[in-house]
Ligand binder design. Structure first.
Ligand code: GTB
Length: 215
């Protein structure tokens, strides 16, 4: 059964692959699972038919037969689960990979998103510079911790797994910022993720929507 995911009809990132459908696309590409994409407008995301799939009126969603899922990391986990390569099949390895997915979404992502939102929505406020300094510091702390962990490791648990998909897509939100460049170990980790052929296919597919060349 070919699953269907949802993505922005017009992503505000203009095809940079920063929206959260990117992790889902990447996971599907890693396991060679074909998928359909339903593009949704901001208005359509708030319609009852979409809210029934995603209670918060957001993308991405995932439908496969009678199963519907939301939350990008939960979808990545579901997609990766049957595949040895992308989620270790031994109990300890699986538990470690899942712990890293939670770490990406609940420990690393929040300060990164808060900083992005401050840049987007608060740049004209008189206290912006002071607040940004504080938010930058919070991100720096997380990146320094991650850098220490990744020293002598290519991936979070040595072998590439689904948690790396979640973590790299979270970190990509910092692309182009000096914060990532300050941590060469983390920047190289992101670059390793981006160099994977499955990442490239997922990136090109979402970019094709922005350029108007989607199949
Ligand atoms: N925790 C959920 C998940 O991981 O699936 C969060 C889903 C989410 O935030 N979805 C966003 C959304 O639908 C799109 S990805 N927003 C519409 C709304 O809430 O009304 C977030 C996003 C948007 C834009 C950029 N960008 O332009 O760079 C990056 C990320």
């Amino acid at each position: 059964m070919i699953p269907t995911i949802t993505a922005f009809a017009q992503s505000p990132d203009r095809g940079q692959g920063l929206a959260r459908d990117m992790a889902v696309r990447w996971a599907l590409e890693e396991v060679d699972q074909p998928y359909d994409v339903r593009l949704v407008s901001f208005a359509a995301m708030k319609e009852p038919s979409h809210i029934a799939l995603q209670p918060f009126g957001q993308i991405p969603t995932y439908e496969e037969g009678t199963l519907s899922l939301f939350e990008s990391a939960a979808i990545v986990l579901h997609v990766a689960e049957p595949h040895q390569l992308h989620l270790p099949q031994n109990a300890k390895g699986r538990a470690r990979a899942i712990a890293w997915m939670f770490a990406a979404k609940s420990t690393v992502e929040p300060p990164i998103v808060e900083r992005s939102m401050a840049l987007l929505l608060e740049a004209d406020r008189p206290w912006h510079a002071e607040r940004l300094t504080m938010l930058d510091e919070r991100v720096r702390t997380r990146l320094a911790d991650l850098s220490r962990w990744l020293t002598d490791r290519d991936w979070l648990e040595n072998d590439f797994c689904a948690a790396d998909i979640v973590m790299v897509t979270v970190l990509r939100r910092l692309s182009g910022s000096a914060l990532l460049d300050e941590q060469p170990t983390v920047a190289s980790y992101v670059a390793r993720g981006e160099a994977r052929p499955a990442f490239g296919r997922a990136f090109d597919a979402q970019r094709a929507i922005f350029t108007g060349s989607a199949a």
